[in-house]
Design a protein around this ligand. Structure first.
Ligand SMILES: [Zn+2]
Ligand SMILES: [Zn+2]
Length: 292
């Protein structure tokens, strides 16, 4: 059994009530092995300062591949039997502009996703949760291809591959080297101590570590009193496989609950406003200028 299958089984055993959502996640993680997404990764050889490798990309995507993945994921969500997930069913029947939708999921454009959900009559929160998983197979392929290109000097709080905020920090091995992990592309990058990923705060009096009582050894929350952002931190021997980051993130939801109870939050959207052009397999082109 792979680490992913074991991780999914463990989560199903520990949280039987999550089964519907894990079925959706499982569908997406299975798709990360599809080489079709590797073929869509643009060529990259160098990384500019502060700019994620995905920024400015021109993507040639098969409309049918995106539609197929969207349908797979929505079908898995509808099969789950929860009332909220069942509201996604009409999205299978309407003719969605899947390439624009895909771009919105890459850019984590919450407004676009909410409007689309409302237009098809789906429950917005459920639609956004499912839509957030759609670009994962493509982003994981980007991370596989671009890993050697990531600038060694990268010190931003957001992912050098896809611009997302970190899902958590790993403190690895006896050297206790710190790495941020991305819950979307599965990427990793060095994290410095005493630094808020979200606002850059480095005054140690503004940065707090919280260890929830029942949390167990090697798990904590590192939070910033200025911007109220937080990152979960795990001590581990070695880093998780890229596709397992989503599962590690889910498995530690008790820490998210504890952080929210203390008034902290995970910022919405990406850490870097991505400008992306998507060229469909027809001649249709969808383009939008990036915001600073
Ligand atoms: Zn990433
Ligand atoms: Zn901060």
């Amino acid at each position: 059994m792979t680490a992913i299958e074991t991780g999914l089984q463990d989560l199903k055993r520990q949280h039987p009530e999550w089964e519907p959502w894990l079925a959706v996640v499982q569908e997406v993680l299975r798709e990360t092995a599809n080489p079709q997404w590797d073929a869509a990764v643009p060529h990259r050889t160098t990384q500019q300062d502060k700019t994620p490798l995905l920024a400015g990309a021109s993507l040639a995507l098969e409309q049918n591949s995106v539609r197929r993945l969207l349908q797979l994921v929505i079908q898995a969500a509808c099969r789950s039997g929860t009332a909220k997930m069942a509201t996604l069913e009409p999205a299978l029947r309407v003719e969605l502009d899947v390439l624009t939708l895909f771009k919105a999921t890459l850019r984590q454009d919450g407004n676009y996703l909410e409007q689309t959900a409302t237009a098809v009559g789906a429950e917005p929160e459920a639609f956004q949760a499912v839509a957030a998983l759609i670009p994962v197979p493509f982003l994981q392929a980007c991370n596989r291809h671009w890993k050697p290109t990531i600038a060694a000097s990268w010190l931003e709080g957001y992912c050098p591959v896809c611009g997302s905020w970190p899902a958590f920090t790993e403190v690895r091995g006896i050297e206790r080297q710190r790495y941020f992990r991305c819950g979307r592309c599965g990427g990793e990058w060095r994290a410095h101590c005493l630094f808020c990923a979200f606002c850059g705060m480095n005054d140690h009096e503004q940065l707090v570590s919280l260890v929830p009582e029942k949390s167990g050894a090697g798990r904590m929350i590192e939070a910033c009193k200025r911007c109220l952002g937080y990152v979960k931190t795990f001590t581990t021997l070695e880093g998780s496989a890229p596709a397992k980051v989503i599962l590690d993130d889910l498995a530690s939801v008790d820490l998210d609950v504890a952080a929210v109870e203390q008034g902290y939050k995970r910022p919405q959207g990406t850490g870097y406003a991505l400008d992306i052009t998507i060229i469909g397999n027809g001649a249709t082109q969808f383009s939008e200028a990036g915001k600073p």
